[in-house]
Design a protein around this ligand. Structure first.
Ligand code: ARG
Length: 265
């Protein structure tokens, strides 16, 4: 099982104070109460699925801190810290302290790095994005520091500024859901040659954060805005929990973005 131990924050300070992805508009603010309820429901769904959830409080002045997936990439006691765009730089110190206090060996990223947003582990393979939020030189760094076989992937435009909007690891044994249109030709070829079971998702559903999901291999926690993917996953015997993510969507995120995986194997 994967994604059984998660770090989440909260939506108390979630606002759109700047626009660093095409979904964000300062003219379209989340309803604070609804956002908090949305986030609580996601956490509750993780707990009902038997996942361990750890919480760290968001900080005032860090309006994107609800998206902890960008904090780091964690493997076997090590955490490579994210290095986000300047607007989110104040978050990093909070993550560093939390991970350090929890006994993780915290490693500084030498280049821009979107953390788990651009780095999806699939067994010993790491599906790794670059181009928008992650410097391609991070791939070699992640290979060396965390020991993954890196599969480099490029998305075709800023709608897919993080790879976790275009690709999702479903698991058991290795099933991947993806939006082929979101990736360039060489990246598509790489995915098709991995020998995994692939589920195609339409651009329309992917733009509604269909792929920004968390799967432990049995239960998939995902947005309510992608009924076709939900039906496909159910037809494969998975337990699917669909949740409202309308407020998180205003920040350009969904279920996956709100949790950093801490699994230790
Ligand atoms: N507003 C946030 C940003 O642009 C959203 C981050 C979503 N995280 C993710 N893993 N896709 O940075």
């Amino acid at each position: 099982m994967v994604n059984t131990h998660l770090l989440v924050s909260d939506a108390e300070h979630f606002r759109i104070d700047y626009e660093i992805n095409p979904y964000m508009s300062t003219a379209n603010q989340p309803d604070s109460g609804v956002a908090v309820a949305e986030h609580d429901a996601i956490v509750e769904a993780h707990r009902s699925a038997g996942r361990t959830v750890e919480r760290m409080s968001s900080a005032p002045g860090c309006p994107d801190m609800v998206f902890t997936a960008n904090a780091a990439l964690v493997r076997r006691g090590r955490a490579v810290l994210g290095r986000p765009p300047a607007a989110r730089a104040d978050e990093v110190e909070h993550y560093r302290r939390w991970l350090d206090r929890r006994g993780f060996e915290v490693i500084e990223a030498p280049y821009a790095f979107s953390g788990q947003g651009d780095a999806l582990p699939c067994g010993d393979i790491l599906l790794a994005g670059s181009g928008w939020r992650t410097d391609p030189r991070m791939h070699e760094f992640l290979r060396r520091s965390l020991g993954y076989d890196v599969v480099p992937l490029h998305t075709v435009d800023r709608r897919w500024y993080d790879l976790d909007l275009a690709v999702a690891v479903i698991g058991n044994p290795h099933t991947l859901a993806w939006c082929p249109e979101a990736l360039d030709r060489p990246s598509r070829d790489r995915i098709e040659n991995l020998g995994l079971d692939l589920i195609e998702v339409s651009r329309g559903e992917a733009e509604h954060f269909a792929l920004n999901l968390i799967s432990d291999g049995d239960t998939v926690t995902m947005t309510r805005s992608a009924p076709r993917l939900a039906a496909e996953l159910r037809s494969r015997g998975l337990h699917v929990v669909e949740l409202s993510t309308t407020e998180l969507a205003k920040g350009g995120g969904g279920v996956r973005c709100t949790a950093l995986t801490l699994d230790q194997r």
